[in-house]
Write a protein that binds this ligand. Structure first.
Ligand code: DGL
Length: 353
């Protein structure tokens, strides 16, 4: 009898000492599915025509039984959309749900399956609004589930491995596709078709996944997640910010239209170091004088739009996007405007996030 008691005590001790995870020590990962190509179905396995968001989260998980060896997963279908249709309201709903789940003791990490078109935007938005150090990983696919050599199943497996790895905690929101682990702030989609489409031109990837293990080689520098000042709890919308693309011969019509529509901010995706065509400049000044915040970014995928370069930002009270892309500068400006309308303070936030 004494031997049984000892055995039971040892078992109890082992379970208590097991790392965060299920009774078997596996990490407990919640999969939030939103649609996209990873859930896409095509008429043929070799063509590029397909409909995104056709398969549900259970079907995605059923296609990768190996996941059960590395984590205890439960799935949730949040949306069934192509990610070009993602909205600010959808982001706010996702942030609420992610924060709810990560506050629970029985959730060790989250994987979001998502279309690749706007994945970098959702990832950065969550990077600024998730209030936890637990891993949040976005993944997707460049080929539909019905394609020859579909990339979705291994991407999903790698994303679960990454979300379940203790070393992924505290690194901010991550994007995992094609065996690469990227940081939400610096990653961007760089090719319309390639499976190796996600790159971080200014910083490089954070690490890689192979043989069901994640290997980190660097960390991001900027503030994020649990150390972010932004809190969207209770918000049902954000201040509207639009993006105006710069090019030779650009005219002021688009800037004027955004001002007329009452936009709170305009990101100008300029040429070179965030430069602005002479015909557009006065419209931006006029917008600024009406209280619209103006961010100077660049249409060029790498390198910063620096403060006071060819444009005197201080004199014009413009904000320099530094090395944020136009689409990410828009997200940071929307969130900054929930905190302040002071352009100097907003510039500081662009230095930190
Ligand atoms: N419609 C695109 C999207 O949902 C498909 C791209 C993809 O998911 O890879 O983002």
């Amino acid at each position: 009898m004494k031997r049984i008691h000892t055995f039971m005590a040892v078992c109890l001790l082992l379970v208590c000492l097991a790392p965060a995870g299920s009774a078997y020590g596996l990490p407990r990962i919640r999969i939030l599915a939103t649609g996209g190509t990873i859930a896409g179905v095509g008429a043929s396995s070799t063509g590029s025509a397909y409909k995104p968001g056709q398969l549900g989260v259970d079907q995605l998980l059923a296609a990768v039984p190996e996941i059960k060896e590395v984590a205890e997963v439960t799935g949730e279908q949040v949306f069934t959309i192509a990610s070009q249709d993602m909205t600010v309201a959808d982001w706010l709903q996702l942030a609420r749900r992610v924060n709810e789940l990560l506050a629970r003791d029985d959730v060790d990490g989250i994987v979001l399956t998502h279309g690749t078109d706007t994945m970098e935007e959702t990832a950065y938005f969550l990077n600024l609004t998730v209030k936890s150090d637990k891993p949040v990983v976005l993944t997707g696919a460049m080929r539909p589930a019905t394609s020859l050599s579909a990339d979705g199943p291994l991407n999903l497996f790698d994303a679960v491995v990454t979300a379940g790895a203790e070393e992924s905690a505290g690194r901010g929101v991550l994007v995992v596709l094609n065996g690469t682990v990227s940081g939400a702030r610096d990653v961007m989609k760089t090719h319309t078709l390639d499976v190796e489409t996600f790159r971080s031109p200014n910083t490089g990837a954070l690490g890689y996944v192979s043989d069901a293990k994640v290997h980190y080689r660097m960390d991001g520098e900027k503030l994020h997640t649990a150390h972010s000042v932004f809190d969207v709890t209770g918000l049902t919308e954000l201040p509207r910010v639009g993006i105006v693309y710069g090019y030779a011969g650009a005219e002021p019509a688009l800037v004027e239209a955004l001002v007329q529509k009452g936009y709170a901010g305009i990101v100008h995706a300029g040429v070179g170091n965030g430069n602005i065509a002479a015909d557009v400049f006065p419209a931006l000044i006029q917008a600024r004088n009406k209280g619209v915040q103006i961010v100077r970014s660049s249409r060029i995928p790498s390198g910063p739009s620096t403060l006071n370069a060819e444009v005197d930002d201080e004199a014009n009270r413009f904000i320099a996007a530094l090395d944020l892309s136009p689409q990410k500068a828009r997200i940071l400006l929307m969130l900054a405007l929930t905190q302040t309308n002071d352009w100097k303070e907003i510039q500081r936030l662009f230095e930190e996030y």
